[in-house]
Design a protein around this ligand. Structure first.
Ligand code: HAM
Length: 420
């Protein structure tokens, strides 16, 4: 590994790649508010407890993937592995707890100590939305509609929406007992983690990715019929609302998702262009207990992985509109007076909204032209003592080499008309 590489599972995003990122972010900023979601920013690290209690002690994320450290004050802190727990920690201090609805979205880096692979990073980025405070199947469906609208706006086609219910905590007990009885017979051949999960949190077994566990998991009996009636009714309403909105979905009864806060609706959107890590977004309804509180905050939301959205766009051949990364004009001054004048001029150009660079050191004409070319400037101005005396500059078109002399006074207007 080169000494210039960032740590494994992290990436530098260079200016040449940034258009894709801006386009994902700008599209979210345009679409999410149409559904009443406003941007919120929470810290990149939280007290470790926020995630342990929020996401669940038994989850893979909490047990194996968190970047946890002690700060100088002896507090245990963790880099956020996802956005929901932190947002809910914050909203638990608002009137959301009295049943008032709050809709927020967020964009930012998340951190999980996973084994890096294509589409699996240790620092990755999510765009997420959370609707907190109210419980209704129609809100769950509306949240999914927002996610799919967003994907459509990004030009991402060919995805699949997988849907399931985890039922309410009360309504899932008989299914849980049945699942435990089933896995008790198969557990001998399964991994150590699944053996631990059998008693502690049997649902997590369904999310295990180990080869030796796959067979038993694939043969799990369908549990949907064992969920209590209120939860089954709730799920039917979610499905009905999606059908009303013409949103196709596939029910996947093994979809439990890797986080323990989910109740009722869970969903995932997969894309065939991604290989093994094919989930571009996931979410569902949840109940999260605020730290040091026995009152849960209810919500529904999702998060999409930006790296995976970009990979899907690439697989579909979608290229974002490239932002202009080059200056419109490069200022060359021959002699000290001209260079001083260019220092004033470049500031004036920039303040009038023109992207401009100037050669500030003494350089030959040839070297200055090379610099203008390297920056891919559209125009260069050449200023010498002669032009200074006349109040003019020579304006050179870098593409065809043509040049003409214009008044310094009129330069800004002239460049503005050329830059359009
Ligand atoms: P999640 O399924 O863990 O859900 O992550 C959501 C998305 O983040 C995934 O579908 C994937 O696109 C991306 N992602 C996750 N881990 C990685 C990784 N290591 N590298 C690259 N991309 C990754 C959540 O995080 C929940 N907070 C979603 C949610 C919001 N549920 C309710 N509200």
């Amino acid at each position: 590994m080169s000494k210039f590489s960032p740590p494994p599972g992290t990436s530098d995003i260079f200016p040449e790649e940034i258009s894709s990122w801006h386009s994902l972010e700008d599209t979210a900023r345009r679409i999410f508010p149409l559904y009443g979601y406003l941007e919120m920013r929470t810290p990149v690290f939280e007290y470790t407890e926020v995630f342990k209690r929020g996401i669940g002690d038994e989850t893979e994320v909490v047990q194996k993937e968190m970047y946890t450290f002690e700060d100088r004050g002896g507090r245990s802190l963790t880099l956020r592995p996802e956005g929901t727990a932190g947002i809910m920690r914050s909203l638990a201090g608002t009137d959301v707890m009295n049943g008032n609805e709050k809709r927020v979205y967020y964009i930012g880096p998340m951190f999980r100590g996973e084994r890096p692979a294509a589409g699996r990073r240790r620092q990755f980025h999510q765009i997420g939305a959370e609707n907190a405070g109210r419980v209704s199947p129609e809100l769950d469906a509306e949240c999914i509609a927002l996610l799919l609208h967003y994907l459509d706006e990004l030009g991402i086609t060919g995805y699949k929406l997988l849907l399931n219910t985890r039922a309410s905590r009360e309504d899932r007990k008989p299914a849980e007992d049945s699942l435990r009885a089933y896995f008790a017979n198969a557990i001998a051949g399964m991994c150590q983690d699944c053996r631990n999960r059998l008693e502690r949190n049997v649902w997590r077994i369904l999310d295990c990715k180990q080869e030796q566990c796959r067979d038993a998991i694939s043969k799990t009996p369908d549990l949907a019929g064992l969920f209590g009636e209120p939860s089954r009714k709730y799920f039917e309403k979610v499905c009905a609302a999606l059908t009303t909105m013409n949103i196709p979905f596939e029910v996947d009864s093994k979809l439990v998702r890797g986080l323990d806060y989910y109740v009722h609706t869970v969903f995932e959107v997969t894309h065939p262009g991604l290989g093994a890590q094919n989930a571009i977004a996931g979410g569902g309804r949840y109940e999260i207990f605020a730290p040091e509180s026995d009152k849960a905050i209810a919500g529904v939301g999702f998060a999409a992985g930006l790296e995976r959205l970009i990979m899907s766009q690439q697989a579909l051949g979608i290229k974002p509109v490239q932002e202009n990364l080059s200056p419109l004009v490069f200022l060359i001054g021959l002699g000290e007076n001209a260079r001083n004048e260019n220092l004033r001029l470049v500031a004036k150009l920039r303040k009038s909204g023109i992207s401009a660079m100037a050669e500030v050191e003494e350089k030959s004409m040839k070297a200055s032209m090379r610099a203008a070319n390297r920056l891919n400037a559209k125009f260069a101005t050449i200023l010498g003592d002669n032009e200074l005396a006349k109040g003019t500059v020579v304006l050179k078109n870098m593409a065809d080499g043509s040049q003409n002399e214009i008044s310094s006074e009129g330069l800004i207007d002239h460049l503005k008309s050329l830059g359009k």
